[in-house]
Design a protein around this ligand. Structure first.
Ligand code: TYD
Length: 222
């Protein structure tokens, strides 16, 4: 099973994704957590290039291709091998981040972004996509009070993030079978209650195989 968390920065994706992997591991499932961009040595290099304040200007098409390059590396080195051994893979962002940010936010051509994703993933798609939906202002406020850190992409105007959120809504409406939209402006426990119900955590652990127990990890490979 392959589960992707999507949403604006400050929506709480990373916390909920970690909590999900921990709960799965505690239930005896083989579950791993990956994050985008990153998760492989090549991906971490690309990540620092993309997010560093010191990066020179990256034009939107180059940005889209760099995200896709990191993703291709993650798919081949981490995600597919894990799925093939029967693990559950939980990812903090996947292809829909590129659609939301590079198509919705930057205004690049949607078909082009889609084609690049198909190449990067060789057609792999999450079984379940969870949108942690939150108003732009709430997300930004949270982000600033949590870390005080703001990356290059956070500094984009509020309208940019509003377009990203609209694109997420569009994507979720276009494929309701795969998407679950969770109101992420509530408390962490309320959001968690919805997420664990959505992935049917109790059903999953009841039917688990005898996978070796593993701590959730975000190992960097390659
Ligand atoms: P993220 O790792 O969630 O940020 P952080 O660790 O700083 O909380 O994502 C980094 C930024 O990259 C985020 O603003 C969204 C953006 N992004 C894209 O624009 N396109 C993509 O394909 C991905 C994966 C991320």
């Amino acid at each position: 099973m392959f589960i992707a968390f999507e949403g604006l920065d400050g929506s709480g994706k990373s916390t909920v994704a970690e909590r999900l992997v921990q709960a799965m591991s505690a239930a005896g499932l083989d579950a791993i957590l990956t994050r985008e961009p990153g998760g492989t040595r090549v991906g971490e290099h690309i990540r620092s290039m993309l997010l560093s304040d010191e990066s020179p200007t990256i034009v939107p098409r180059a940005e889209a291709l760099l995200f896709a390059a990191a993703r291709a590396q993650l798919v081949d080195q981490v995600i597919r091998p894990a799925l093939e051994r029967g693990a559950v893979v939980v990812t903090d962002r996947f292809t829909d981040s590129s659609l939301a940010y590079q198509w919705g936010g930057r205004g690049l051509d949607k078909e082009g972004i889609g084609a690049v994703q198909r190449m990067a993933t060789a057609g792999l798609e999450p079984d379940v996509k969870i949108l942690l939906d939150i108003p732009v202002e709430t997300a930004l406020r949270r982000r600033l009070s949590d870390t005080g850190e703001v990356n290059r992409l956070d500094k984009e105007a509020l309208e940019f993030h509003a377009r990203v959120r609209d694109a997420y809504h569009w994507l979720a409406e276009a494929d309701p079978g795969r998407w679950r939209v969770v109101d992420a402006s509530r408390s962490e426990d309320d959001v968690w209650a919805d997420v664990s119900r959505t992935v049917n955590l109790s059903g999953l652990s009841a039917s688990r195989d005898r996978w070796p127990r593993e701590e959730p990890n975000q190992k960097v490979v390659g």
